[in-house]
Ligand binder design. Structure first.
Ligand SMILES: NC(=O)c1ccc[n+]([C@@H]2O[C@H](COP(=O)([O-])OP(=O)(O)OC[C@H]3O[C@@H](n4cnc5c(N)ncnc54)[C@H](O)[C@@H]3O)[C@@H](O)[C@H]2O)c1
Length: 348
């Protein structure tokens, strides 16, 4: 888009910036002007790979060069988000990597900081902008599906959690680092749920980790079902691994088989299938070809929102902290629900 020319300054030169942020911005033609990481070798290597013009040795040095219309893209571990945000200028436009802090309390601190400093802060819950989700939203917005009444996200894969050392010390794993994307997506499609029920479970083969499998029910009342089911511990080969997002409405349905998690990190191709009852007497399931995938293309959308806000084209990003705080509230509710447990049949 012609007007999305604000210069981007990145803080953090880790895995996700290299694998998704910068490849996405290259596709979109966004203007990345510089990068800073506490590990300056990583910042230099990233700048070299993506031909970024400037590497900074400190946040202060970055701020001295960044113009007033700069957009800051922060992709540091969750524990570092608040200290980094505190260093950014009053009124700045900022995209923060998810999660929005490590729990709901931190999310509230981030929101308060953003409001008191009059910043535009958005959160990188990017599944909302994955090309297959944009295609689904297009069908929904054209009323092809009718009223949505069923969402099921079902993941049965083997996730090599050991690749992320920091998870060993984390009191929360699956919902905070993974299912949070699905919670955010369901909120993005259906709004805030009335309540959240969950049971999140550890795995005997990974006793050193907190819970790695989750069942989450987002409760939208009697007529709408929204369920997330994840098992990341299916170590029986690729054949029966699956991951899909199914949306059902009153007159159409979509199933998105998303491949990024299968045989991770290799992945397999996505598949977008849909059926519309208005299609005729015997509606058929059809396949839609979708350009791009979750990684890296969805990352274009979350930055696009911040650039549009910075350009005055929208009042607030769609993924503003003011909206994403509700995703964090659902996350917290899920952990509380899981800890409280269900109803004991033997108590009745
Ligand atoms: N789909 C997604 O949205 C997605 C996927 C992966 C990771 N993430 C999130 O992105 C964040 C980073 O993940 P990653 O995989 O890139 O981790 P990583 O460990 O590879 O990179 C983090 C980088 O931040 C740097 N860093 C740490 N503290 C800093 C500070 N105060 N100032 C500047 N740099 C600092 C580190 O040196 C490191 O290079 C995490 O919060 C993670 O949850 C999101």
């Amino acid at each position: 888009m012609q007007s999305l020319t604000a210069p981007i300054y990145i803080i953090g030169a880790g895995g996700i910036v290299n694998a998704a942020h910068l490849p996405a911005y290259a596709i979109a033609g966004y203007d990345v002007q510089g990068i800073y990481d506490i590990d300056s070798a990583k910042a230099k290597a990233t700048a070299h790979t993506f031909s970024l013009p400037h590497v900074f040795e400190s946040v202060e040095e970055m701020l001295a060069q960044a113009p007033v219309n700069a957009v800051f893209d922060v992709a540091v571990p969750g524990s570092q988000i608040i200290p980094v945000l505190q260093q950014l200028p009053q009124g700045a436009a900022v995209l923060l990597q998810k999660p929005m802090g490590e729990n709901y309390n931190e999310a509230k601190q981030i929101l308060a900081l953003s409001e008191s400093r009059k910043m535009t802060v958005a959160i990188n819950f990017q599944l909302r902008y994955a090309p297959y989700i944009l295609a689904a939203k297009d069908l929904i917005n054209k009323d092809c599906l009718g009223t949505l009444n069923d969402i099921e996200i079902n993941v049965n894969v083997y996730t090599p959690w050991h690749l992320w050392n920091f998870l060993l010390a984390s009191p929360r794993v699956e919902i905070l680092y993974h299912s949070i994307h699905y919670i955010d997506l369901i909120r993005n499609l259906l709004g805030n749920p009335q309540t959240v029920y969950a049971k999140t479970t550890r795995h005997p083969a990974m006793p050193q980790l907190a819970s790695v499998r989750s069942n989450i029910i987002m409760d939208y009342g009697d007529m709408v079902r929204a369920n997330i089911l994840t098992n990341h511990c299916h170590h029986y080969g690729g054949l029966k691994q699956q991951s899909y997002i199914k949306l059902e409405g009153s007159k159409g349905a979509i199933i998105i088989y998303f491949g990024a998690l299968i045989n991770y990190p290799r992945g397999v191709a996505d598949r977008f299938e849909y059926i519309l009852l208005d299609d005729g007497a015997t509606p058929q399931w059809r396949t839609m070809n979708i350009e791009g995938s979750w990684f890296p293309h969805a990352f274009i959308g979350s930055m696009e929102q911040v650039l549009m806000a910075a350009a005055g084209l929208v009042n607030k990003p769609d993924n503003a902290a003011e909206d994403c705080i509700h995703t964090m509230a659902c996350l917290e509710a899920a952990y509380i629900s899981s800890a409280q447990g269900g109803i004991r049949p033997d108590s009745l």
